[in-house]
Design a protein around this ligand. Structure first.
Ligand code: PLP
Length: 377
């Protein structure tokens, strides 16, 4: 093994392992529990208990979670799905995967999240679902949308890839009654290596997602071992979460209180350090409610600032280039003024659990100097 330096300000994001993950994986390998096994089921029970929900269904990624959740909500060809353009392309790909079309909407430039108004203005007779994105870990308040859509056939499927652990009031994201999808990819608040989770609204939806993730086969592993056949009940995909990945997630969940604390502490350190920089607008998040996932700012001369910080070895990034401007999604392009405006201003600063407060000071000092030389501060 080679030793690598601690990922610091040079990295925009980085997985963080507490140390016990490797032993957990070794135990699963020794026990031969590689595939969808009781380890996966234990992970589902532990996540459900953590969120305070009756059930959780593990899949191999959040993209798979969004895909299966939309299928479970009966979204398909001829349907429109309301989605902010300002999201990772995975959200849009999941909509296309069910044969529906994205109806791109704008976001509030202060939060990069949709508001009730953005959603309600975009509802048409073809709308089958709304996919709000809890950008940066913000628990978006969609109570008006929820109220107005109650009794309609329009499903709310939350893309909570950034928001594992965040809260709406006393409840965790995932426990609000909407279909919710989490990512446990390498750099998310909790990682399985790769992984995802669907929080279903009903028992029936849970059964549907469980069936789809295992190729549409309805029997359990135990039943399969005892019979000469199995039954394929409908469309299915190879989307299950392996026991190897689930073991990493279980080990991470044991330390999640520490993850939450550290993310909040680092967020507050950024907030303090950025406070005096007049040219910089922090896209704020309430660290008492949310588990911050990204540290994003809006700056003038963004492309120049980005290039100069990169040249200094500071791991800045941009989340995200808007989807409605992607060539692959141009069929569904429409004018989205706030998104187009912020797209040229947003800059994601390094934010991960290997950072120290000194790294944060280094990033902010570099940002301040670069802005000065760009004539903006
Ligand atoms: C990471 C991410 C996804 C996809 O998650 P995977 O687990 O990588 O499939 C979806 N939406 C958003 C907003 C994300 O950041």
């Amino acid at each position: 093994m080679t030793t690598t330096a601690r990922p610091g300000a040079g990295r925009n994001a980085s997985p963080y392992l507490y140390g016990q993950e490797a032993a957990a994986v070794a135990r699963v390998l020794e026990a031969g529990q590689y595939g969808h096994t009781e380890v996966t089921e234990e992970f589902e029970r532990r996540i459900a208990a953590f969120l305070g929900v009756p059930d959780a269904v593990a899949v191999m990624s959040c993209t798979a979670a969004l895909h299966t959740a939309l299928l479970a909500a009966d979204v398909g060809p001829g349907h429109e799905v309301i989605v902010p353009s300002m999201t990772f392309c995975a959200t849009v790909q999941a909509i296309l995967a069910v044969g529906a079309t994205p109806r791109f909407v704008d976001v509030d430039p202060g939060t990069l999240c949709v508001t009730d108004q953005h959603v309600m203005d975009a509802v048409t007779e073809n709308t089958a679902a709304v996919v709000p994105v809890l950008f940066g870990g913000r628990a978006v308040d969609l109570s008006r949308v929820r109220k107005e859509l109650t009794g309609s056939h329009i499903a709310i499927v939350e893309d909570a890839a950034h928001a594992f652990g965040s809260r709406y009031g006393a409840r965790r994201v995932g426990a609000t009654g909407d279909l919710t999808c989490f990512s446990f990819g390498p750099i998310k608040n909790l990682t399985c290596g790769q992984g995802g989770m669907v929080i279903p609204r009903t028992r029936e939806e849970a059964d549907t997602v469980r069936r789809i993730r295992l190729l549409g086969v309805v029997q359990s592993q135990a039943e399969r071992a005892e019979t000469t056949s199995y039954r394929v009940a409908g469309l299915g995909l190879r989307y299950q979460l392996s026991g190897i990945n689930a073991a990493i997630g279980l080990a991470q969940l044991d330390r999640f209180d520490q993850t939450e604390r550290t993310r909040r502490t680092l967020w507050r350190a950024y907030r303090r350090a950025l406070g005096p920089l007049d040219a910089v607008t922090l896209i704020d998040v309430d660290p008492d409610r949310s588990v911050p996932h990204l540290c994003q700012v809006r700056v003038p001369h963004r492309d120049d600032v980005f290039a100069q910080l990169r040249a200094q070895g500071i791991g800045v990034g941009v989340h995200y280039p808007p989807n409605h401007l992607q060539p692959a999604f141009s069929t569904w392009r429409r004018a989205l003024s706030a998104t187009e405006q912020v797209a040229g201003e947003i800059l994601t600063l390094p934010f991960h659990l290997h950072l120290t407060e000194r790294d944060i000071d280094q990033v902010v000092t570099a940002l301040e100097q670069v802005l000065k030389s760009a004539g903006a501060a």
